[in-house]
Design a protein around this ligand. Structure first.
Ligand code: SAH
Length: 358
């Protein structure tokens, strides 16, 4: 008979759902943010989730034009800032496709910064190394170079960071926890939180209403903004989201390109939440950085010249004309990714307004 359940570190052994179930049995329900952090860490550490055979497709995987145009926007900011020594930094670079396309386009504009990747997944680090063997990898922002300007990109990164939720009960707001019944995980209302922490505009929400906060994203943005202010540089952040504060439960799971129950199969499906751009901007501004946006991804790519880029690529490869037109449409059209995805820019004081954000 296994003595696993008796060992002191029982909650750290075995498959993730078993470990979470034991941790909850031993210590009680856990915060939603802890559940989401553990699920996504396991999910990304154990697979490449991108592409037609994976769970979801991202903009850089749709077309090289996405990374090229973002790279050109960074190179243009760098040029107008006086061409300081700089590093290219990407948060959660996936397969390295965006970085490869961006750095190739930047080199044509005489910008050849070394690549620094903030990435925790060993599987995706290996995929990135195959595309960009000369890059340097980091677990978080702390070890990034501190003596050069930073040209930063994050696409579909912030939506993967763990959120917390508050749920309104009959007597006020409660932290949302994750409990476990047998092998089923489910959200429950935990301890009551003080009314003072609820944004005044949401205080009168009806029972059952949910508010989200993103402590991990705020901590990361503050660290990023501090770097930009101290070292110079610009960050372009693309994701789907809203401008809060707002009521709403945006936690979702995707598996095999279809929606799934976020509390099923932790670690085996992608958990995301909509990004509150207003909160991210406020966090960056609190550190002294300047911010712009959100602008719709479609408007940004049109302003950066996606139509000219598509035409130029089609001239060189006429047989790819239809494919390029379809990719352009998918990235830009308001009923596809063009309006759902939005971009925010953050820069050091004195750095110019990035192209497409004016
Ligand atoms: N930017 C890529 C991939 C998006 S998927 C694209 O657009 O295709 C999210 C990426 O963020 C993955 O590379 C994942 O491993 C990474 N990631 C998720 N959580 C992270 C964390 N807490 N720290 C560092 N990287 C993380």
């Amino acid at each position: 008979m296994s003595s696993d359940t008796l060992s002191p570190d029982a909650a750290t052994q075995g498959a993730l759902p078993d470990r979470l179930a034991r941790a909850i049995t031993l210590g009680g329900p856990i915060p939603l943010s802890q559940f989401m952090a553990a699920a996504n860490a396991h999910y990304y550490a154990t697979r490449d989730p991108l592409g037609a055979t994976g769970d979801f497709v991202t903009a850089p995987e749709i077309s090289q034009m996405f990374g090229e145009l973002i790279g050109l926007a960074l190179a243009d900011s760098w040029d107008r800032a006086g061409r300081p020594d700089a590093a290219y930094v990407e948060l959660g670079p996936g397969r390295g496709t965006l970085a490869a396309d961006a750095l190739r386009a930047m080199a044509k504009a005489q910008a050849m910064p070394p690549a620094h990747f903030v990435e925790t997944s060993p599987v995706l680090r290996a995929a990135q190394a195959a595309r960009l063997p000369g890059a340097t990898w980091h677990d978080d922002l702390a070890t990034l170079p501190d003596d050069v300007a930073l040209l930063v990109v994050a696409n579909e990164f912030f939506d993967a960071l763990p959120i917390a939720q508050l749920v309104k009960g009959g007597d006020g707001w409660h932290e949302r926890l994750v409990a476990c019944q047998d092998t089923l995980f489910l959200p429950i209302a935990g301890k009551r939180v003080p009314d003072e922490i609820i944004p005044p505009s949401l205080a009168d929400a009806p029972a059952g209403a949910i508010i989200e906060t993103a402590p991990a994203a705020v901590t990361l943005i503050r660290a990023l903004a501090r770097r930009l202010v101290a070292q110079g540089g610009v960050a372009i952040i693309v994701d789907y989201g809203y401008e809060g504060p707002a009521i709403g439960d945006t936690l979702q799971a995707v598996r095999g390109h279809a929606a799934a129950n976020p509390f099923d199969a932790p670690g085996e499906q992608d958990l995301t939440a909509h990004v509150d751009f207003a909160t991210l901007k406020a966090a960056a501004e609190a550190e002294g950085a300047t911010t712009w946006g959100p602008v719709d991804q479609g408007d940004l790519l049109l302003a950066l010249g996606i139509d000219a880029r598509a035409a130029s690529l089609a001239r060189r490869a006429p047989d790819r004309g239809d494919e390029l037109a379809a990719a352009r449409q998918r990235l830009v059209a308001p009923d596809q990714m063009g309006r759902l995805f939005k971009a925010v820019a953050i820069a050091a004081p004195g750095w110019p307004v990035p192209a497409g954000f004016a």
